[in-house]
Ligand binder design. Structure first.
Ligand SMILES: C[S@@+](CC[C@H](N)C(=O)[O-])C[C@H]1O[C@@H](n2cnc3c(N)ncnc32)[C@H](O)[C@@H]1O
Length: 158
């Protein structure tokens, strides 16, 4: 999907951790902006220790990737560029995912993708993805071409 994004549109990843998914997104021609708090104090200590950002920089070295360190909501307030592919994989609770969707989806001109779309998930910390897709994205009428590949849900802006 990253290869379908034209170079004049950005790819934005919310939640990059050590950069594994980021490096796949960077296989296309579009510039990738990787957003993560990379911070064990204000961020989730499960995902972040002092080495995490260093590992991210090593994995994405030489790729067309710009890291933007901070909270996804805060960065959306200063973001201005059209987005060809938005990959949402930051906080997975309903409030986190709905906030990320509402803040970032207005910039999307191409595709939106959510990691961890799981209809069977009962854990309130992780079931936000399925709920946001089913109760906010689909009823909005703004999206088409729904696809599920493994645990990733994708749609295209109409
Ligand atoms: C599941 S991991 C991302 C995994 C990565 N996409 C991959 O597949 O390799 C979630 C990441 O989101 C970050 N995160 C969660 N909520 C965030 C927020 N509100 N702002 C910025 N980063 C956030 C965490 O720091 C963590 O690194």
């Amino acid at each position: 999907m990253a290869s379908k994004v034209p170079p004049d549109l950005a790819i934005v990843e919310l939640g990059s951790f050590k950069g594994k998914s980021t490096s796949y997104l960077a296989r296309g021609k579009a510039s990738v902006f990787a957003i993560d708090q990379w911070d064990s104090v204000s961020g989730n200590p499960i995902y972040n220790d002092s080495k995490t950002f260093k590992e991210f920089l090593e994995i994405t070295k030489g790729l067309n990737v710009t890291p933007l360190k901070g909270n996804t909501s805060e960065i959306s307030k200063v973001w201005t560029r059209p987005i060809g592919l938005l990959f949402i994989d930051a906080g997975h609770g309903f409030d986190d995912v709905s906030q990320d969707y509402r803040s970032w989806s207005p910039f999307v001109r191409g595709f939106i993708a959510f990691h961890d779309y799981d209809p069977k998930c009962q854990d309130l910390k992780f079931n936000g993805v399925y709920k946001v897709v089913e109760t906010i994205l689909k009823p909005s009428g703004l999206w088409t071409d729904y696809e599920i590949v493994g645990s990733i849900f994708t749609a295209r802006r109409k």
